[in-house]
Design a protein around this ligand. Structure first.
Ligand SMILES: [Fe+2]
Length: 502
């Protein structure tokens, strides 16, 4: 304690000698640094007189990154005693919701028919559990007198705007169809029409207008039940990351090496060691490599042009993560599996070394796991692009909101026939049959966090810098940021391996 007080005075005295002002957070960060004078001097040279925590943090990250360029060989931190090393991980793969090894579709018409029927059954079962709804089969609507109220459940076959500006929906259950109209100026259904997507399974409360026409009064999606977030009594944490894109010329090698050093307890002093030592799990949500031939002229953007070599490099990176950490990896659209959802796990032949490791687990996308009693869904995110493109109220810089929309619909593939292909499997792996406590996504290269009815959604970012394609789209990624989730409290903290932007 005495040492800390002395060091604090030293920092404050040095700063005032130099006519600089330091705030509490800056002092806190400088306390662990032997070269604090040098850091203050550099900031002053840059014209920063009011030295706050953020300025110091930025400088520390930059210094570490510069160091990594010249010093690739890292020294083990023998004093690092991670508590997570002393405990076995409690992790279970929920393979019944994972297509890996279970793909049975032949892509025939009957597969598609079965698939849509199964999806309707699963989602209508969830809707029927909802209080306040008394759904009737659509075929029975004909028997109801005009002007009476009626509830129905159906899949949206068609959606269109009438000449008068109302929105028409053709909905179908397993036996029959009907037309439902969302009236343009009805305050009760204002803003609803945009959220109703073709192929969604919905329930409507309506009034019968005539023989075949219902007027919509309320729309319900299968949705999640209202519930509290589940926390578990453990000090261990879950770190997560995504979209390494190994092999791409945009892969941030230096920053990634910094992350590897950090997770091995070689960065940041005692406080950081304590935090890192609690990481027991690491979730990786796909695009592990950049792949080959994924888009036109991709070859010009690859520094490793062989898919096996890309995986070899990815493997070398993951092998450097301590073996006491349980790692779960799902594929993405750049990986060596089918592009269509649901995607099976990356085949063993690409990652033979990692497959020998007991602490590395491969799942599909979506993939489901149980960690310490928390139910977790991992999904790379391909279908979210289509969802974002279909409505005006979502965007790729808030992928968590798109995922929350998916949770409301309880269906990852909430709109079909767009860019994201799907395989009509016998079992529906895209309907969200159970309520996850955590959902990890990737794909958007944008760190984002959200909560919805007890479920936490995390997008874990990327290790790929801004690509030319993203510049064209105007998309700004957030590479080099690794979130940590505290299972005890639900708190999320971000760890920067790039310079913090203002
Ligand atoms: Fe990606």
């Amino acid at each position: 304690m005495q040492v800390q007080v002395d060091q604090k005075s030293e920092i404050v005295n040095y700063a005032s000698e130099k006519k600089a002002f330091v705030d509490e957070k800056a002092i806190d960060l400088l306390k662990g640094q032997k070269n604090f004078r040098e850091i203050i001097d550099t900031l002053l040279k840059e014209g920063i007189i009011f030295i706050n925590g953020e300025a110091v943090e930025k400088k520390l990250i930059k210094t570490r990154l510069d160091g990594l360029e010249t010093k690739k060989i890292t020294v083990e931190n023998k004093g690092f005693k991670p508590i997570a090393k002393e405990h076995d991980g409690k992790i279970r793969i929920l393979s019944k919701y994972d297509v890996t090894g279970q793909s049975k579709s032949e892509g025939k018409t009957e597969n598609f028919l079965h698939y849509f029927r199964r999806k309707f059954e699963l989602l209508s079962q969830i809707l029927k559990r909802r209080q306040g709804l008394s759904p009737r089969p659509i075929a029975r609507v004909k028997l109801i007198p005009k002007g009476n109220k009626v509830d129905v459940i159906g899949m949206v076959l068609r959606k269109w705007v009438t000449k008068k500006g109302h929105v028409g929906l053709e909905i179908e259950d397993l036996e029959s169809k009907c037309i439902a109209l969302i009236i343009k100026d009805d305050i009760g259904t204002k803003g609803i029409a945009e959220k109703v997507l073709v192929d969604s399974v919905i329930a409507i409360k309506a009034v019968k207008w005539n023989e075949d026409l219902l007027i919509v009064k309320e729309v319900f999606w299968p949705d999640m039940p209202v519930r509290q977030a589940k926390h578990v009594d453990t000090d261990f944490t879950i770190a997560s990351t995504s979209d390494f894109h190994m092999g791409s010329r945009f892969f941030l090698e230096k920053e990634c090496n910094y992350f590897i050093n950090w997770i091995n307890g070689r960065e940041g002093g005692a406080k950081e060691e304590e935090k890192v030592g609690k990481i027991k799990y690491l979730i990786i949500t796909g695009d592990n490599v950049d792949g080959v031939g994924i888009y036109p002229n991709q070859i010009n953007e690859l520094v490793i042009k062989d898919i096996y070599k890309q995986y070899e490099e990815f493997s070398k990176l993951i092998e450097q993560i301590p073996e006491y950490i349980e790692i779960v990896i799902c594929p993405g659209q750049h990986d060596a599996v089918r592009w269509a959802d649901p995607q099976p796990a990356v085949p063993k032949e690409y990652l033979p070394e990692l497959n020998k490791r007991k602490n590395v687990h491969f799942v599909g996308s979506p993939g489901w796991i149980d960690i310490e009693g928390l139910k977790i869904m991992m999904y790379h995110g391909g279908a979210l692009h289509d969802l974002i493109g279909s409505v005006g109220y979502l965007n790729s810089e808030h992928p968590e909101q798109a995922m929350i929309e998916v949770l409301k619909k309880r269906d990852i593939m909430s709109t079909y026939g767009m860019k994201q292909p799907y395989v009509p499997e016998r079992e529906d792996y895209l309907v969200i049959r159970e309520e996850p406590d955590l959902v990890y996504i990737g794909d958007m290269h944008h760190n984002a966090y959200g909560n919805y009815r007890g479920t936490t959604v995390i997008n874990s970012g990327t290790w790929q810098s801004r690509t030319d394609y993203q510049v064209k789209l105007g998309h700004v990624p957030t590479p080099g940021i690794v979130p940590i989730y505290e299972m005890k409290t639900g708190k999320i903290s971000e760890n920067y391996f790039v310079e913090k932007k203002d």
